[in-house]
Ligand binder design. Structure first.
Ligand code: AMP
Length: 284
């Protein structure tokens, strides 16, 4: 497995691979890998000859009071896990390599970043879109894989690719979960024992809402209540939002239909967790 630290080397290597007719699959991450990230690698592996994974904790997507400095990092362990999953290249630049000078131009997301996570994280999705656009131009992949756990991010990046004509196909991976149902996340590392017991309530609440939808409930407030009462039963969460949105446009909805998403963000202690579920008519 090759480890590349500079933009120039990565671009040259990708150009060489493309000249050889190789399909490049790309998995962008912030590292501290877990099984969710590994499932993305597997999807990339299936559709490409060479898998590139980036590991970059992107400073521009963190707000001033967020956890950029304390975000969990373990590069050696990440390399071992990536190698065991047959990643071919890790691209791991330092922030000064990606941002040698302040960015005077950047992606601006607009309306799609005004609700859900965008509401309380101003500038977050501009930072995400900007770094992913840079990574796309550096790695030059044919396909890129993102997780459905970060649903708003997935919708925004699909639109970015469409609006800016990036010649890249975006694939998505279902949310990988712990046995308890808790969505896997690098931030789960922050949870203490008590919080680990309460945290799966997010998914349990989403499941309850889904079941209620499948039994015929369509009223947004009722579906959201199914989630909030589950969270409130623990006395441990501060709810940031619980919303019912259109799965394609992220527009908030008063009445649910199949394909909509219920998305949640809640803090447990100081750890912010997110999750979502798609409303489908019958369980598969
Ligand atoms: P991150 O390192 O948290 O920025 O995530 C990198 C990629 O992994 C993003 O596309 C995430 O959506 C995806 N991801 C994170 N957690 C999960 C999960 N539990 N299941 C599936 N994909 C995930």
């Amino acid at each position: 497995m090759k480890i590349i630290r500079t933009i120039r080397e990565m671009q040259e290597y990708s150009l060489q691979l493309r000249a050889e007719g190789k399909q490049i699959g790309f998995v962008p991450t912030m590292g501290f890998l877990h099984k969710g990230h590994l499932s993305l690698i597997d999807i990339a592996r299936e559709c490409s000859d060479i898998v590139v994974m980036s590991i970059f904790v992107n400073p521009t997507q963190f707000g001033p009071n967020e956890d950029f400095d304390s975000y969990p990092r373990n590069f050696e362990r990440d390399c071992q896990l990536a190698e065991s999953r047959k990643v071919d290249v890790i691209f791991a630049p330092e922030p000064r390599e990606m941002y040698p000078t302040p960015m005077l131009l950047s992606m601006h997301v607009g309306q799609l970043s005004e609700n859900l996570c965008g509401k309380n994280r101003p500038g977050h999705f501009d930072g995400v879109a900007t770094v992913v656009a840079k990574l796309f131009l550096i790695v030059q992949p044919h396909i890129a894989v993102f997780g459905q756990k970060d649903y708003q991010q997935l919708v925004i990046l699909k639109l970015m690719v469409q609006n800016f004509n990036f010649p890249i196909e975006i694939l998505s991976a279902p949310t990988a979960r712990e046995e308890s149902g808790l969505a896997r996340s690098s931030r789960n590392k922050y949870l203490n024992d008590e919080q680990k017991i309460a945290a799966p309530k997010i998914y349990q609440g989403l499941q309850k809402a889904l079941k209620s939808f499948q039994k015929g409930q369509r009223i947004s407030e009722a579906l959201k209540k199914a989630v909030s009462s589950e969270l409130e039963s623990t006395g441990q969460f501060t709810i940031d939002y619980i919303e019912l949105v259109d799965g394609a446009t992220l527009a908030e909805k008063a009445k649910a239909s199949a394909g909509d998403i219920i998305a949640v963000a809640a803090k447990i202690g100081s750890t912010r967790l997110i999750d979502n579920i798609m409303l489908i008519k019958e369980s598969i």
